[in-house]
Design a protein around this ligand. Sequence first.
Ligand SMILES: *Cc1c(COP(=O)(O)O)cnc(C)c1O
Length: 370
Amino acid sequence: MTQTVSGLEFKQQLSDHAKSAQERAAVLADPGFGNHFTDHTAVVDYSVDADGHGSWKNARIEPYGPIQLDPAAAVLHYGQEIFEGLKAYRHADGSVWTFRPEANAARLNRSAARLALPQLPEQVFLEAVRELVNVDKDWVPDGDGESLYLRPFMIATEAFLGVRPAREVSFRVIASPAGNYFGGELKPVSIWISHNYARAGQGGTGAAKCGGNYAASLAPQLEAEANGCKQVLFLDPHNDDAVEELGGMNVFFVFRDGRLVTPALSGTILEGVTRSSILELGRERGMDVQERKITLDEWRSGIASGEISEVFACGTAAVITPIGILKDEHETIGSADAVPGEVSMSIREQLLGIQTGVVADTHGWMTRLA
Ligand SMILES: *Cc1c(COP(=O)(O)O)cnc(C)c1O
């Protein structure tokens, strides 16, 4: 049992079927993304008592495995679910670090507020991550571009079919070793413009990191794939063709004159931790950083005139991905043989360098976990 600053104690029930060192090594030799999970999971339960007072309790590390859930659990019916994504990196001296976890903890609570889920003290979020990574630290890979992807999530577990916020909730963290997202080679991706589907509506859940947004992105994603594209670009819900973001990544434009532009947070865009970090790095580089409305028209004419020199997507999983072409039924913007842009790659290297410990962390962004 570990005493923590939040006052919650994480009880440890270690797995009696943990993978052997040999089995683990086989997984770590080629982890891929999201296929394999570590031996344990962190769990904290929440419930509301008869006086209407809610509290977090039963903090624990338990063996990874299926969740016992009542078939009437609210999450299965009304989708009351939110999640986060962050990574743990092994540095050269063997220590394990993560990037801006307090930003993920704060965002989880913003998502919780929108989905009428309870607020989780940020310390509990950080402790759950720390406890899990410590018990499963041998799962943190050390190869180039590799990490342990951490997936905190919160679900409504109460068995009740009435429509109201659940009074029983569970917060969990699972961990999955992740390989180099691009197998070493970074190729610009092609993006499909979704005209038939929106990702979010004004006042909806677009700014929350919830599973429902991802469920809604799958049909447009299929449409993209059917048209030979890797990802979907969503436009704003007002039909004035302002760029919003991809299904799970924010978008940036590099202008030849040194402007770095990303769509302003409008309530329908997810505020990425990678996005806000890139904004800060851009400012430090002396770029003219702008969060504003940018339309498909400006994208089209900027590429045609050469004023826009690079476009990239960003998020925790892939860090920075150059965007090569953008297309729909009527047009193709950009070129299929585009090469990754210089500025995109330089920011990517800096950010990844900070995360992996080869570039000094002058922002206090890194937190040691093990
Ligand atoms: C998670 C997510 C992002 C990227 O956020 P990061 O914190 O940078 O990983 C962007 N858009 C959506 C819709 C997301 O869910």
